[in-house]
Design a protein around this ligand. Sequence first.
Ligand code: IPM
Ligand code: MN
Length: 363
Amino acid sequence: MRKQILVLPGDGIGPEVTKEALKVLKKVAKIFGHKFSFKYGLIGACAIEKEGIPFPSRTKRLCLLSDAVLLGAVGDPRYDNPKLKVRPEQGLLELRKTLGVFANLRPVFTFPSLFHISPLKEEILKEVDLIFVRELTGGIYFGEPRGRTEKGEKAFDTCIYSKEEILRVAKIAFDLAKKRKKKVTLVDKANVLATSRLWREVVMEYSKAYPEIKLECLYVDNMAMQLIKNPSQFDVVLTENMFGDILTDEASVISGSIGILPSASLGSRVFLYEPIHGSFPQAKGKNIANPIGAILSVALLFEFSFNLKKEAEVIKRAVRETLEQGFGTFDIVKENPLSTSELGEKIIKKIEEICEKKTFLRN
Ligand code: IPM
Ligand code: MN
């Protein structure tokens, strides 16, 4: 297979973890005989520094010419000042909008070898295997009007959704549930918000096309509680943009470290892959950040953009077995933690080992 991938390392620990993810991508491509070419672009704070804007036109052009986009992280505390007009995060939002990636998939899973680092009890962690489908290009993140009144003493944002925006992301959630445990949980605030009532109406109607799927609806405040009390009750969780943003950070606590969780953002053609951890500026340049979220994002890239399931499986298995051997970065291992690049190397060695046994090579 021949494909072009756009790599956007971004800010903070983005470049470090992306480097390891790329090594894994190249290794797996070589073993399985795929030819990938790579282009690199700027986004976020590094783009503001070099080009004055967080999503330069070159990056925009390149992402539309590529077959998939691999992103590290976006954000820098130097831009945290609320008075600033140009911020790194705007680049990420523009990227999502440009690619039209309306469905953000964020799987939440546990590794038994990491049960001890989660703040939750072991019996709660067993059998957790859920996936968030977060709407990513609508809602309050993008709604107009937004801004300040003339004198600046009031500010406003608009949460707006169309039936069409809800339907297309619902389809992704129900299709995923079909291949999984056949349950969709819609999270909303339908007791208060008009947009949530539209979500409920549209999704309940749409669910009739999937008689084998059980649909349940939960208010977001209850969900925040259920997610910690009994996360194994969930399979596919469908929700709007901002609820999804908040709940997926919460859900990352279940797995023990936000550093291990990947994401895939799906839309019409070019999909986007990024770890969910963000730029983690305190660790920038120290070679200590966990590369697993980025590496597992590569597994999702193989699976969702190129339908290469064996390649994805090899990466996931290599990560699991490396963790089972007790290797990890500082966020998951207290004694003798490995550096970002050392953990990357261990995972690559494991991939070689698995593939040498030939059980995963092409038939
Ligand atoms: C995320 C991030 C972004 C979001 C920020 C950086 C704009 O928190 O991907 O979850 O809010 O979507
Ligand atoms: Mn977030």
